[in-house]
Structures are given as C-alpha cells and as structure tokens.
Design a protein around this ligand. Structure first.
Ligand code: SF4
Length: 239
C-alpha cells in the first residue's frame, strides 16, 4: 500500500506550536513535508552543551565543563541531588500524552498527541515541589517572553499530569552563556494543582487550530531572512 502523506499535524510539542504560530507554512515544510535543513552551528553547539550538562549531572564527567561555569554552584547542587538514590531526578526526560492527557510513550505514532522534552527536574519532598530547568544557549530575548512563559506553563502542566501527586512546579530557563535566569530567582513562577484545569483548557484551545490546519499559509515575518524554506535560499516558499 502506498504511503499517504498526512495533510495535517496530529501531534504537537512546544517547538511545533511556536513554529506554526510564527509561520504555518514553515511548520508544514518542517514537520509534514520533512524537507531536510542544513544543521546550524548554533543548534549544533546548543546540543553539544546540553550533552555536557547531562554527562556532568550523571557523574560521567568529574570536572565541570567550562561551558557551564557561570552556574557552577547550581550544577554542583543538582549533581548532589542526582547522586542520591532517594532523590527523584529526571535528566533529559521525555514525556508523552494522548489527547485526553493520559500518558503514553514517545513513539506511540498512532495516539501520541503531545510530546514534552525535559532537560532537568528534581523533586523536593519537603515542599512536594518539582523544580524544572531548561538549559538555554544564546541570549535571553525580551521580545520572546510570551513564548518563554508558554514553555514554562507547559512544563508545569505536563509535570502535574505525569505525576498527579506533585503539588507544585517551579520551572525556569537557565541561560548558560550569559548567566541569566528566567524568571529571576527573586520572582519565581509557581504553578500548583489549582492551575491544572485552566492550563489544560488553555492548551487544548491554543493547539486546536494548528491540528485542524490543512492550508498552512505562509506568514512572512522577521525570521524569513534566516528561513531555510525561503525563496532566497532556494526553498519552496514564495517569500
Ligand atoms: S520564508 Fe517566511 S513566510 Fe516563507 S516559510 Fe519561511 S518563515 Fe514562512
């Protein structure tokens, strides 16, 4: 039987959602047509640094890599948690959900609706709180704040769906190159079980148009000049 190319997206992640929100056509080229893109040096560097963080936290590297040195104390503290057998930690974890928010596995190609990749999380029983960290390379960009908040919200929601006994989630973004943290330590974003229903509704509503989209119109924007699908780069887009 011939393979029939899908006409819409049936599953999502935060990066798919942000790609589609920025330009539906680029989401189609990337995730449905699967047009290969050249690896960017910044992306390759980012994944190398994520690997270094993972290896250090798992105790595979004795010395803190220089790329992580702006957060020396934090990495030491987290590595301490990872070495305790009694402490629940997640390093480079993957969570997957069906569209009723029940759990499934990442490669459930037929039923997986949402995939969440997590760089690091530690559960602290004293406050019944899960601290979630996403490592970032590059700079914090003020104009992306809405996207950052959405990412943090989704971590919080999926953590409480993954483990309903968690009472509180405190997610943050850690900028390894610049020493910034978002939100700042003095003003953390704290999510509790009371937020679950509202966040669930918000996300179901937000992604519905993306999952129904079959037209994927191009939406020219300020990222077109870097877009691998642009006419200037020989791609299929007219812009
Ligand atoms: S060039 Fe611009 S409009 Fe075209 S796919 Fe890329 S981001 Fe979208």
């Amino acid at each position: 039987m011939a393979f029939k190319k899908p006409t819409n997206l049936t599953s999502w992640s935060i990066s798919r959602y942000h790609t589609w929100k920025t330009c539906p056509a680029s989401a189609k080229y990337k995730f449905i047509d699967k047009i290969p893109e050249p690896a960017s040096p910044a992306m390759e560097r980012g994944s190398d640094i994520h690997k270094l963080a993972e290896e250090y936290l798992k105790g595979k590297k004795r010395i803190l890599p220089k790329e992580l040195k702006l957060f020396r104390d934090l990495f030491k503290e987290l590595r301490g948690y990872c070495s305790k057998l009694t402490q629940v930690t997640h390093i480079e974890a993957s969570w997957a959900f069906r569209n009723d928010w029940s759990q499934t596995v990442f490669n459930d190609w037929a039923n997986c609706w949402l995939r969440v990749k997590l760089d690091f999380a530690v559960f602290l029983p004293e406050g019944n709180v899960l601290n979630v960290i996403d490592w970032k390379t590059g700079k914090f960009r003020e104009y992306n704040i809405q996207d950052y908040i959405e990412q943090l919200e989704l971590y919080a929601l999926s953590a409480m769906k993954f483990n309903p006994s968690i009472e509180k989630v405190v997610p943050k973004l850690v900028y390894l190159d610049t020493g910034d943290t978002y939100p700042p330590e003095s003003d953390p974003l704290v999510f509790t079980k009371a937020d679950v229903k509202g966040l669930q509704k918000k996300w179901e509503k937000a992604v519905a148009p993306m999952l129904k989209d079959t037209r994927f119109p191009p939406k020219p924007n300020n990222t077109c000049r870097w877009c691998n699908f642009s006419a200037a780069k020989g791609g299929p887009c007219k812009f």
